[in-house]
Ligand binder design. Structure first.
Ligand code: TYM
Length: 333
């Protein structure tokens, strides 16, 4: 069966190794399979759920497109566009917010994490953010959504919204109920400074993540400084369970080198971390440096990136407006 793929990435700068291994690397594989129809969205409406500088946002949108292309997504094959330019997203988000229940949204752990202690000061948008994400997905009859592990709960909510809408309006199968595509391994890359915390754009210390724009020296330096534990390298996969930093670094190595986790553990079993870190830096530089160079090159071709977005928006708008027309009929508008 042909798969309809949709996924989104926020243009909030500092796209990192977690975004790459958890999501973008899979986008590229899905893009390369001719049986798939892929749409990759730069979700600028999601970005404004926290304060953004408009000029920086504009550049970050281009940088996200550049990252997609530099990583290997072909804009001739996949639709790449930015969310704010296809109006159906905002409209569908409102309509679906009347289907979603407040009880469902209050259970979202990402809101609790992002809002922090002072929930009263969080924007309403940050709270209803997963409804907009459901709108993104459902407008395109998406069958599969490739994401990292942190988006799992949002996808379950999207499925609930689709099913409730179909039931409420007695329109069986109108919204397709999408399947998440979350890898079994490497779907949650952790901070280089704390193996129990997710690698994240918003973490203050730049040493906590490998950015996709980092050069070789920065990568080597960050891996040198990455937190480890005082023991030698683990000798079995089971040992990883109680050693979060070692687990994260070996998983990164395994994912990038294409070796299984078992083989990666055996390769460095009982050695000291400094030897392992040299090999890890090498696979990282081999993978990230070409991407980072290409991003920088593409960023100097602003009109090329803008053209990709414009063409992508036109294609996406056709599909989304068509679905929106049908939603209007269903709603009695
Ligand atoms: P965002 O922009 O936070 O992250 C983009 C993608 O990167 C994945 N990711 C990670 N994967 C593994 N380890 C990590 N440390 C890590 N950090 C981030 C995320 O899981 C995500 O796949 N709400 C979404 C964007 C979105 C979306 C959508 C996704 C909006 N609409 C529709 C899918 C479908 C987000 O904020 O992702």
């Amino acid at each position: 069966m042909e798969k309809k793929i949709f996924s989104g990435v926020q243009p909030t700068g500092n796209l990192h190794l977690g975004n790459y291994l958890g999501a973008i690397k899979n986008f590229v594989e899905l893009n390369n399979d001719i049986k798939n129809d892929c749409i990759f969205c730069v979700v600028d409406l999601h970005a404004i759920t926290v304060k953004q500088d408009p000029n920086i946002l504009k550049n970050n949108t281009r940088e996200t497109v550049a990252t997609f292309i530099a990583s290997g997504i072909d804009p001739k094959k996949s639709i790449i566009f930015n969310q704010s330019k296809v109006k159906a997203h905002s409209e569908a988000a409102w309509i679906l917010s009347c289907t979603a229940r407040t009880g469902w949204l209050s259970r979202m752990t990402q809101f609790k994490e992002k809002a922090g202690k002072d929930k009263e000061k969080a924007s309403v948008g940050l709270y209803s953010y997963p409804v907009l994400m459901a709108a993104d997905i459902l407008l395109y009859d998406t069958t599969h959504v490739p994401v990292g592990d942190d988006q799992k709960q949002h996808l379950e909510l999207c499925r609930d919204i689709a099913q409730k809408f179909n039931n409420d309006f007695k329109v069986e199968d109108f919204f397709k109920v999408p399947e998440p595509l979350i890898q079994k391994e490497f779907s949650r890359i952790m901070s280089l400074k704390d193996g129990t915390k997710k690698m994240s754009k918003s973490e203050l210390s730049d040493l906590s993540r490998i950015n996709l724009t980092d050069n070789a020296d920065q990568i080597i330096n960050k891996i040198k400084k990455a937190k480890t534990d005082p023991l030698p390298m683990p000798t079995s996969k089971d040992e990883l369970e109680n050693r979060p930093e070692a687990k994260n670094l070996i998983e990164i190595y395994s994912s990038l080198s294409g070796l299984t986790l078992e083989k990666s553990v055996i390769e460095f079993s009982g050695k000291n971390f400094s030897k392992f870190k040299e090999s890890l830096s090498q696979v990282l530089v081999d993978k990230i440096q070409p991407i980072s160079k290409e991003i920088k090159k593409l960023l100097s071709e602003k009109s090329f990136l803008d053209k990709i977005l414009k063409e992508g928006c036109e294609k996406a708008d056709k599909i989304a407006s068509n679905k929106m027309k049908k939603i209007h009929e269903i709603m009695g508008f």
